[in-house]
Design a protein around this ligand. Structure first.
Ligand code: GLU
Length: 428
């Protein structure tokens, strides 16, 4: 059976948007897992469609007095195992399809790492770099007001994603709390520590990427070469952790360009350059490289940590890294996955490799609900325990069934959600 999701936007163009491609990828992965789990058509349809999907118009007053209207979305893909959970993305190409795909991946991710959440995602189709801080605050607050009826600490808990950060989460916490009439720290995760944010949340996704990479690496990390696509919130700290673990980070890229130094980049120096100039472009202590060439470098480990659809049928045959650790959500298309599997490349899939962020979000939420705070060491130990145990379960299922790590991760994640559906039954 081929799964279809009803579209809320007209398919007016013949070009398939990147968001629609991401959703096709997510549906394909679900279909494969459902086949392996022998799920019936009814359950497949439940899992293929979001429980709740909200599109809102967000009017924003610009500094010059003009009013623009941008689109915002919040999709709750599944709430069977607990409240919906997932980040909010600010990006110009965000659409309802992309947000639906990302929400679906959150559902499997939370189930896979064993935290009691369903999956959600939010998005605003705006380029945060084109707004002043005050405009950004107004967009955030208005968007949150529009989605207010469906979010909350017991319903759906937002967090950071591409284009949003601690400051965005602070505005969300404030907007929610002002509407509630009292302070509700558990309404959002990824907040600043001053507002009840957890120690270790900011770098949690990158810590998780490191844990997954080290588990997947055969032997010692010492001297292994690494390329990172997307030197941002996840990629930059992940590069730093990998370098600290003994790897040689030879190339990184971001939206401004790509740079390479075969003898190993000084990751901290490069991060300082990026802070000062806004991107890796022009970094003096390395050579320039094209975005395409970065993905195809002869390195041991490739970390795609940018957006969906980076590794495709076009470039996959030229990828030489033996290990890919997906810091981004959905960076590899199903066609590319097949090519990489045939070539013997190990891919640690997104829903496992980048789960560190939502794991520490969960730890933050638990601290908020209990009105307590844990030390950085406690948070890190819990993160490590959940990541390593999820990794071991995925590796074991992959070996037992003779399937890829991605296929195994989806069988486990989808299987746990399907089981929860069966136990709850259908109302009425
Ligand atoms: N946006 C992150 C992700 O894709 C984190 C979500 C969260 O912490 O809820 O996993």
């Amino acid at each position: 059976m081929t799964l279809m999701v009803p579209s809320t936007t007209p398919a007016a163009t013949t070009l398939i948007s990147p968001g629609r491609q991401a959703l096709d990828t997510a549906l394909f992965q679900l279909d494969q897992a459902a086949d392996r789990l022998h799920l019936d058509d009814g359950l497949r349809a439940m899992l293929a469609t979001p429980r709740r999907s909200l599109t809102v118009s967000v009017p924003v007053r610009r500094e010059d007095g003009r009013m623009d209207v941008v689109q915002g979305f919040r999709v709750q893909h599944n709430t069977t195992r607990g409240p919906a959970k997932g980040g909010i993305r600010f990006h110009p190409s965000t659409d309802i399809h992309e947000v639906t795909a990302l929400a679906m991946w959150m559902t499997w991710k939370c189930a896979l790492v064993g935290i009691p959440y369903g999956g959600a995602k939010g998005g605003v189709s705006v380029d945060p770099g084109s707004l002043t801080t005050r405009e950004l605050e107004r967009v955030t607050r208005r968007y949150v007001n529009e989605i207010l009826p469906i979010i909350g600490p017991d319903k759906d808990i937002p967090a950071p994603d591409v284009g949003t950060d601690e400051q965005t989460m602070a505005w969300i916490m404030d907007t929610y709390s002002v509407n509630a009439g009292y302070s509700v720290p558990g309404a959002v995760t990824g907040k600043p520590a001053a507002l009840g944010g957890s120690l270790g949340r900011t770098g949690a996704t990158a810590r998780g990427v490191l844990i997954a990479a080290l588990k997947a690496m055969p032997g010692s990390p010492e001297g292994r070469t690494v390329a990172v696509q997307g030197f941002g919130k996840v990629g930059a700290p992940a590069a730093r952790h990998l370098a600290d673990a003994g790897c040689r980070v030879v190339a990184v890229s971001d939206a401004t360009g790509a740079v390479i130094d075969r003898s190993g980049l000084d990751v901290e120096d490069l991060r300082t350059w990026v802070k000062e100039t806004g991107g890796v472009y022009g970094y003096r202590h390395a050579d320039a490289l094209s975005h395409e060439d970065l993905l195809e470098l002869d390195v041991d480990v490739l970390v795609p940590a940018a957006l969906e659809g980076a590794i495709t049928a076009q470039n996959a045959p030229r990828i030489r890294a033996g290990l890919i650790v997906e810091g981004a959500n959905g960076p590899t298309t199903p066609e590319a996955d097949r090519i990489l599997a045939d070539a013997g490349t190990t891919v640690v899939p997104d829903i496992l490799a980048n789960a560190g962020g939502v794991i520490v979000s969960y730890l933050e939420w638990v601290q908020n609900l209990q009105a307590c705070s844990w030390s950085a060491g406690e948070v890190d130990a819990k993160l490590r325990e959940l990541m390593e145990s999820a990794f071991d379960t995925v590796a074991q299922t992959s070996a037992e069934r003779g399937i890829s790590l991605r296929q195994a991760a989806h069988v486990i994640g989808v299987g746990r959600v399907a089981e929860a559906h069966r136990m709850r039954g259908l109302h009425p």
